[in-house]
Write a protein that binds this ligand. Structure first.
Ligand code: PRX
Length: 634
């Protein structure tokens, strides 16, 4: 089993070893997995290209490590515990043995439908066990999964299907979300109609049994396909650096990019980080509330926990259905030991009042985690007092889609915790703070740009179909560094606090969005000439979206303009990208080279226009006062 740190001395020792001799450190970790063939070389790298190869020469299948290797000792232990949306509906428990059989059967379904090694398969599904089964089945036969969060629009789904030329989509008929049933298959049909010519098959999981349109040429039912399939499927033997999955994420420019993760390094690091950060012990019940449409769900609902032989809960519903005590009711019901959620959920539940939590028995909780966005002091304190009850430490985990696994986090009961601080790097992770000229800020009590100067096993390998983009976005800002896009502070004792993005990415309820993406959507409205979108502080969402819009003729704008903008953004991206506020403006502050001065727009959006700095060098300084006036700030 993966080596687990159990005290501060061991953490310090592991960290020292991981920096002094990374090859030895990671080969010791890797030894704990089952391999078809061991590696010839632990690491080969060059951030200039970038090229990063871990465990080169090794052969493996990640599902053998997630499933087969647990069968002897944990075959009857629950691997996936599924809690449905309806609190009165039956819980599903799949043991490692059952999960193994289901994954093998579905692997055979994939094969029977012409899917093989290297083919891309898109998932657009709710949080049901079939999603995990499907993802693992892809990994078993060497197909590359691309899970798309089921809140994205048909257009966004079509873009992602086309970018990866997926051969198959796997979806449900409808999603249960609280009181609502969301039509999922219909969105897939719309996406396919937008020119997804690579799609040969759509597999539909019957979730609600609601009416759907059926396309005889493409559609097949999951349950009918599974009939008579062999519950045995030999895993495809994969090379260490073969692609495992693609996951799309937003950046400051252009369309979302497909972040590529590969088999061996991702396996070693997700398991290692899972065991250490959650201090998982055999028999514990672990619950991460994320959606599998995001990296947190990939690494810490499916792969990390299953690799570690853990019982992982999958929850279909939402935190506020049937009421705001649902999370705590589930923690009590399943005696959850490790709980992992996002600050936005914590803030939303905090706002509903303590009566929703105080009556629940949360004594089994040993560790509570936070991920996805900075956690503010008030939310941290509430989480600590009300959920952790001052007993279960908070692990504020900083990482990204691109990092594959948690990079900076306290280790519970091993390193200390400090409100709002992600604290210390995991062994193997070498963060550095740079000033904007690229000089390293070595001491403590400094603030700068967060970069990582040495490879770690689960790091991004490329952006699908466009390696140059990967190089430009992450490896070109500073020599020989992976640039995270985040700013951070290091306190007097060396703990790291993430301040937030320093690029044009906004984080709304933990969902990452590029301002350019939202602007492009807004600009599709026929009356819009130009727009600029910025984030502003929002009590529940962390950041809200503020859109400044220039229109052709203000007289012509209908009373429903804001609704029309929301409808377009919902159609192009999804409801998560709808602006919270829009302001029609006569112009946007620009530099002489034509660049929008977002700094000024961010200040105004935050309701504070007191200190905008020097605006005299702007191309159009007069517009600033006009915008301030329209925003009600003067
Ligand atoms: O800005 C950081 C923020 O989320 C970004 C990564 O988003 P995504 O790729 O969607 O992955 C989210 C889940 C891993 C980061 O660049 N972020 C993530 N975790 C934290 C955070 N900001 C502050 N504190 C965190 N713990």
């Amino acid at each position: 089993m993966t080596l687990q740190i159990s005290n501060l001395e061991e953490y310090k020792e592991a960290y020292r070893k991981s920096v002094e001799n990374p090859d030895m450190f990671w080969s010791e970790q890797a030894e704990t997995f089952s391999w078809r063939k061991k590696w010839d070389k632990v690491l080969e790298w060059d951030f200039k290209e970038p090229k990063v190869e871990w465990f080169k020469g090794a052969q493996l299948n990640i599902t053998e490590n997630c499933l087969d290797r647990h069968l002897k000792t944990k075959g009857d232990q629950t691997a996936i515990l599924w809690e449905p949306n309806d609190p009165n509906a039956e819980v599903t428990k799949l043991s490692f043995r059952q999960l193994h059989a289901e994954v093998c059967k579905f692997s055979n379904v994939l094969k029977a439908n012409g899917i093989g090694k290297g083919d891309r398969v898109c998932f657009y599904m709710p949080m049901v066990p079939e999603l995990a089964i499907g993802v693992l089945a892809c990994a078993r036969i060497g197909a590359i999964h691309s899970v798309v969060f089921a809140g994205f629009s048909a257009t966004a789904l079509a873009d992602r299907i086309k970018d990866a030329s997926c051969k198959m989509v796997i979806c449900s008929d409808y999603n249960h979300r609280g009181k609502k049933n969301i039509p999922v298959k219909q969105v897939v049909d719309e996406a396919i109609n937008q020119g997804c010519e690579s799609i040969e098959t759509v597999i539909v999981h019957k979730n609600t049994g609601g009416d759907i349109q059926w396309n005889e040429n493409l559609d097949k039912w999951w349950h009918l396909e599974m009939i008579g399939k062999d519950p045995v499927c030999e895993p495809e033997v994969m090379d260490a650096e073969d692609m495992l999955f693609i996951l799309y994420t937003s950046g400051s420019t252009g369309k979302p990019k497909g972040v590529v993760h590969t088999c061996a390094g991702y396996m070693v690091y997700t398991c290692y980080s899972f065991r250490n950060i959650f201090q998982y012990k055999d028999g514990d019940i672990y619950w991460c509330t994320a959606d599998i449409g995001w990296i947190t769900g990939h690494s810490y609902i499916i792969y990390g926990p299953l690799l570690a032989g853990a019982t992982t809960i999958m929850f279909e519903g939402v935190p506020t259905y049937p009421d705001a005590s649902r999370f705590w009711e589930i923690c009590q019901k399943h005696k959850v030991n490790q709980f992992y959620t996002a600050p936005t959920a914590i803030r939303a539940l905090m706002a509903h009042g303590d009566e929703h939590i105080d009556k629940y028995d949360l004594n089994d909780l040993k560790v509570i985690g936070s991920v996805g966005e900075p956690i503010n002091d008030e939310a941290w304190q509430w989480y600590n007092d009300k959920v952790g009850r001052g007993r279960a430490p908070i692990v504020d985990t900083w990482w990204q889609t691109e990092t594959g696994g948690i990079m900076i986090s306290p280790l519970p009961n091993i390193t200390d915790t400090k409100p709002c601080y992600a604290s210390y790097p995991l062994p193997g992770i070498q963060p550095v703070l740079l000033d904007s000229d690229g000089n390293e800020l070595r001491g403590n009590d400094v603030e700068g740009l967060l970069c990582i100067k040495y490879p770690w096993p689960s790091m991004i390998r490329t952006t699908y179909g466009d390696h140059n983009r990967c190089k430009q976005v992450y490896f070109s800002a500073f020599d020989n560094m992976y640039f995270t896009g985040d700013g951070c502070r290091r306190d007097e004792e060396g703990r790291i606090r993430i301040i937030g993005r320093v690029d044009d990415v906004i984080n709304v309820s933990g969902h990452r969005m590029g301002t350019a993406e939202v602007e492009n959507a807004i600009n599709e409205h026929e009356a819009v000439i130009e727009s600029a979108v910025v984030g502003y502080p929002h009590d529940i969402k962390g950041q809200g979206i503020f859109g400044y819009i220039i229109v052709q003729d203000q007289e012509e704008i209908s009373d429903d303009f804001a609704k029309e903008i929301n409808a377009i953004v919902t159609k192009v991206i999804g409801p998560i990208a709808k602006p919270d506020k829009i302001l029609i403006v006569p112009g946007l502050p620009k530099t002489r080279s034509g660049k929008i001065m977002r700094r000024i727009l961010r200040k105004i959006a935050s309701g504070d226009a007191s200190n905008l700095g020097d605006i005299s060098t702007l191309l159009n300084p007069e517009v600033v006062d006009k915008i301030k006036k329209l925003a009600g700030l003067i």
